[in-house]
Ligand binder design. Structure first.
Ligand SMILES: [Zn+2]
Length: 260
């Protein structure tokens, strides 16, 4: 059953055709079930995810069990890039916040392809840099900005990640991500709904007025979105211009594909 197309992920579709073709040989479709945990802190990361739809939250879990979201990953990003580059275990929990689908690739294949193909390695590096920037911005946002502005920022980022204006999420789940009380989110969401910015219904939040939502969001949405967009426009020394394969050691299936 075809449940998604790798080209729906902007990172994959930004790759040169030859590299995407190579990646496709190793990609598998996967369903991202709501609230499923893809890995825990300190877990070995066995595969990377390139979402087509839906959103994955990177969260820090405190000793009390309280979660705080560090970043939202969707069709304009990927999960597991650092592990492909350095093989180190996870530094936080990855949980599906909004259900969807993704292309997955086993980590060893991705690692071998990244070693062999400059454009793939450059994509991973640029993405992890953008992800780091997002986590830094979110940390500053959570420490400094009002809840209404933070909620608007979160909704816009989730919209970008999912690629749609109707988000399958609940106020309770969003409150957990922003580490605030459910009643606080309900109050702010009610205000936004009264002003015609969003519409909430059971299990869904619909964005009705994007511009007004942008106007009400803090600077953090635009800052994160701009840095993220550079993923797809970068032409730096490790950017899309370098497509050539490298000389690498033989003896693994991923790289063997390069020569097939
Ligand atoms: Zn902010």
């Amino acid at each position: 059953m075809l449940i998604g197309n790798p080209a729906e992920n902007r990172l994959l579709s930004s790759l040169p055709a030859e590299d995407l073709k190579l990646m496709r040989r190793h990609l598998r479709n996967a369903v991202l079930a709501s609230q499923s945990i893809l890995f825990e802190t300190d877990d070995h990361i066995g595969k990377a995810y390139f979402p087509h739809r839906g959103a994955i939250s990177l969260v820090t879990v405190l000793a009390s069990g309280q979660m705080v979201e560090n970043a939202t990953i969707g069709r304009d990003g990927m999960l597991g890039g650092f592990a492909a580059l350095d093989g180190q275990p996870a530094t936080c929990r990855a949980i599906v916040h909004i259900e969807g689908t993704a292309s997955t690739i086993d980590m060893e294949s991705l690692r071998q392809i990244a070693r062999a193909r400059n454009a793939v390695e450059a994509m991973l590096l640029r993405h992890e840099r953008a992800l780091l920037a997002q986590t830094q911005q979110v940390a500053a946002c959570n420490a400094s900005h009002a809840l209404e502005a933070r909620l608007c920022r979160w909704l816009l980022r989730a919209r970008d990640a999912c690629g749609g204006t109707t988000l399958s999420s609940t106020q309770e789940a969003i409150a957990e991500m922003l580490s605030v009380r459910r009643t606080s989110i309900s109050l702010v969401a009610h205000t936004l709904q009264q002003a015609g910015l969003i519409r909430t219904r059971r299990g869904h939040i619909e964005i009705l007025n994007e511009q007004a939502l942008r106007d009400s969001a803090c600077e953090c949405y635009v800052a994160t979105a701009a840095r993220h967009e550079r993923l797809f426009t970068s032409t730096g020394p490790q950017g899309d211009g370098m497509q050539a394969g490298r000389e690498i050691s033989l003896g693994n299936s991923a790289v063997a594909d390069l020569r097939s």
